[in-house]
Design a binder for this molecule. Structure first.
Ligand code: LLP
Length: 414
């Protein structure tokens, strides 16, 4: 389904006019489509149905409680990367047993929290982390289930900041090191070898790198399975790309499944997946209001009330988000869509053909559901945006706009 479509020139989120949402909740405003979320989750589950995968939605992409709960109700598990994400997932009703915990720098407190809550397993990124989990597990008398994250050294052909499976990236263990790491971990008390983990990067539009990565680890994985009776799981991570532009083709879960399924059949292990962006990315837009239109003879700057603190992807990754006017217009202007922050890097679009809008008009940045609000900050002491979820003809405020008081809460003057 297309979550956001124009009807008679007005942009709708499912059955609700976006201008009505902006009037009711103010701007900048994140708007999510609940049915789009559900549909993308189901598309992945059904493409991979033969494997009966445990889909662990990657909480970092969008960690709002309403998003998590929508997926809890679909049966989803969760991929987390911090104690905070574990707290969020549990608070929103996640089943601890269906939680997998990744990350290169888990602290002792975070590990003990996860052990006490009895999460599914830890994906482990170094030998010393395995040793640390062993100590915590012994200390609490709760076994720690682990899967080493392997860095298969394949090129996922994505932005360098979101590539994780190349040998120069900080993630996982090199293939040559993994077998020894398992031997070391198997000898440590309190650990149970649960399986193996892969995650090669994000916003990957071709299925080939996923197939390549599995081919590279297949023999080793079969050997580990034969050696350790508790080795029953392969976690193939996330990374499926979405279409940010009209001329871009999202990686269809069916195409992805066709590439990985033959290898997964050979491995014959329980499959875990960790998609984030492909579930939530196109389920969200960021709505903002034009404050100023500043035209010089050089170019036009459209200044809106959302900035890099609300959506940092264009500044950080030169990411492209489609920009549209909430009331459709065919007239365009060349220029930049910028925010109110004191940084030249504060833009949502640069040197682009933009809708020809005037002050007071509403605009929307598309494909902002993943790594949008989740990466937002209070820079320039800007309260974070409100978030709304639409389900059919109903809209729910799922996070109120922050206030100035919220911003200073926690500070004290000595
Ligand atoms: N699993 C692990 C271990 C991860 O590190 C990630 C994302 C995922 C799963 C989910 O990947 P996805 O399916 O969403 O591609 N902020 C960047 C993306 C960073 C991704 C970090 N890891 C962006 O805005 O593009």
């Amino acid at each position: 389904m297309q979550a956001f479509v124009y009807e008679s020139g007005r942009l709708f989120a499912e059955g609700v006019a976006v201008e009505d949402l902006a009037r009711r909740y103010g701007t900048p405003l994140y708007v999510y489509s609940r049915n789009h979320l559900r549909e993308r989750y189901r598309a992945i589950v059904s493409a991979m149905a033969e494997m009966k995968p445990l889909v662990c939605y990657s909480v970092k992409a969008n960690s709002n409680a309403a998003v998590i709960k929508t997926l809890v109700d679909e049966g989803s598990g969760f991929d987390i990367v911090s104690g905070g994400e574990l707290f969020r997932a549990l608070r929103a009703g996640a089943d601890a047993n269906k939680i997998v915990y990744a990350g290169v720098g888990k602290t002792r407190d975070e590990i003990e929290y996860a052990l006490r809550e009895r999460i599914g397993f830890f994906t482990v990124e170094s030998e010393s982390e395995a040793a640390r989990i062993s100590e915590c597990a012994r200390h609490l008398g709760i076994p720690g289930r682990i899967a080493f994250r392997v860095n298969p050294d394949v090129d996922p052909q994505t932005h360098k900041y979101i590539s994780t499976g190349k040998k120069e990236n900080k993630f996982g263990l090199d293939l040559e090191r993994v077998v020894k790491a398992y031997e070391m971990a198997a000898a440590l008390p309190g650990l149970e070898i649960a399986g193996l983990h892969l995650h090669i990067g994000s916003q990957i539009l071709s299925a080939d790198p996923f197939g390549q990565a599995l081919r590279k680890i297949k023999e080793m994985c079969l050997a580990l399975k034969a050696k350790y009776p508790t080795f029953r799981t392969i976690d193939i991570g996330g990374g499926l790309g979405i279409d940010y532009k009209a001329d871009q083709q999202a990686l269809d879960p069916a195409v992805y499944a066709a590439a990985v399924m033959p290898l997964l059949r050979e491995l014959d292990l329980k499959v875990v997946m960790e998609p984030g962006r492909s579930i939530v990315g196109n389920a969200g837009i960021l709505v903002c209001r034009v404050q100023v239109v500043k035209a010089s003879h050089f170019k036009t700057f459209i200044v809106v009330d959302a900035g890099m603190n609300d959506l940092i992807r264009p500044s950080l990754y030169q990411a492209h988000h489609e920009i549209k006017a909430v009331t459709e217009t065919s007239k365009t202007v060349m220029g930049d869509l910028v925010g109110p922050i004191c940084e030249s890097g504060d833009f949502l679009a640069q040197d682009r053909e933009l809708p020809d809008v005037k002050e007071g008009d509403l605009m929307a940045a598309f494909s902002a559901g993943a790594y949008g609000f989740a990466m937002s900050s209070n820079y320039n002491s800007r309260p974070r945006a409100a978030e709304v979820m639409v389900d059919g003809n109903d809209a729910y405020l799922i996070r109120r706009r922050e206030t100035w008081e919220d911003i200073v809460r926690g500070e004290s003057i000595p």
